[in-house]
Design a protein around this ligand. Structure first.
Ligand code: NAD
Length: 319
């Protein structure tokens, strides 16, 4: 049984083991695969594992041995799942593996905005403290979170995790979701309509998926409804934000700061307006990537293959 991993590097840059997958067949792992090489590298392999490398209808046509496609991520839009279904090829994904890490990262973005720890540490290492007149200094307003309100757009697994951590910091949570679960409400956490959330939140965190209904949900009109000096966090999907509108709002100081782990085009383009916007913290889509999360992802990916080989596939997205 030939198994090919088309783009294994981001999942396993060297700190995890492909061993358990290797035990299931003749494994070939590529760090990354350019579009022009996809068909040649799949060749006569039966099991194809991919993260962001597309497997199109044309690829399935050119590689008729494919029996299974395993995606090393939750989102599987890189696969033509309908065509796979037509050909009887199950496509599997990893439904959840990083809830804790992604919730934690949303708070890390927020804490960086509140304290600028990286900036102040660098200033100390450059000698600023040694030569300071006073016994302490800070260059940005320092922000206490207790008593402030976090509005969470998309109150699913990650939104709830972020909400829990925010409440542990003494924040109140307003949640906006397409589906409401009253059991999640409590003294410091309740559902709100979007406009109420926008008008009353000191921090707005995006945790909804990217759907046509959520694309551009943060734009000049919704920003206009927010409190002056609001903080915006996005470690869900870049296109949830109209980036030029956010950049303009940061320049006008309508939005005090933004913490973003995702942008509209990844890797980020040099002309992304957010790169020049003030108080805009951008990380390269790393919320999901602590070793613990990637190990969980690897374990589930291997279990998906085992289940397929047993004839009882799980996590199939095109049943
Ligand atoms: P989830 O399915 O558990 O939660 C999503 C929630 O959004 C659901 O409660 C759903 O009802 C709600 N929702 C759907 N449409 C909505 C709408 N129009 N308005 C408001 N709410 C809506 O998913 P999750 O595991 O919490 O993941 C959330 C998102 O996080 C994913 O879709 C993904 O985009 C992102 N993510 C990012 C990273 C990263 O590394 N940055 C990693 C994993 C996930």
């Amino acid at each position: 049984m030939k198994i090919v991993v088309l783009d294994g590097y981001t999942e396993n840059p060297g700190d995890l083991s492909w061993g358990p997958l290797e035990a299931l067949g003749e494994l070939k792992v590529y760090d990354r695969t350019p579009e022009s090489e996809i068909i040649r590298r799949i060749g006569d392999a039966e099991l194809v594992i991919t993260n962001k490398t597309p497997v199109s209808a044309a690829t399935m046509e050119a590689c008729p041995n494919i029996r299974y496609i395993g995606v090393l991520a939750t989102g599987y839009n890189v696969i033509d799942t309908e065509e796979a279904k037509r050909r009887g090829i199950p496509v599997t994904n990893i439904p959840t593996y990083g809830t804790d890490a992604v919730g934690q990262f949303a708070m890390a973005l927020l804490l960086e905005i509140c304290h600028h720890i990286g900036y102040h540490s660098e200033a100390v290492h450059k000698g600023r403290w040694e030569n300071n007149q006073d016994w302490c200094f800070w260059d940005y307003p320092l922000i206490e979170l207790a008593g402030k309100t976090m509005g969470i757009i998309g109150f699913g697994r990650i939104g709830q995790k972020t909400g829990c951590i925010a409440q542990a910091f003494g924040m109140k949570v307003l949640a906006y979701d397409a589906y409401k679960n009253p059991a999640l409400e409590g003294e410091n956490c309740r559902y709100a309509e979007l406009d109420e959330l926008l008008a009353n939140s000191d921090v707005i965190a995006l945790h909804c998926p990217l759907f046509p209904s959520t694309e551009g949900i943060i734009n000049k009109d919704t920003i206009a409804k927010m409190k002056d000096g609001v903080i915006i966090l996005n470690n869900s999907r870049g296109p949830l934000i109209v980036e030029q509108d956010l950049a303009d709002a940061l320049v006008r100081r309508k939005v005090y700061a933004a913490g973003l782990d995702v942008v509209s085009t990844e890797p980020i383009r040099g002309d992304n307006p957010l790169l020049k916007a003030p108080n805009c913290f951008i990380t390269p889509h790393i919320s999901w990537a602590p070793r613990e999360s990637r190990q969980r992802l690897m374990d589930i990916a291997v279990e998906n293959v085992r289940a397929f080989l047993r004839g009882e596939p799980v996590n199939v997205v095109n049943p």
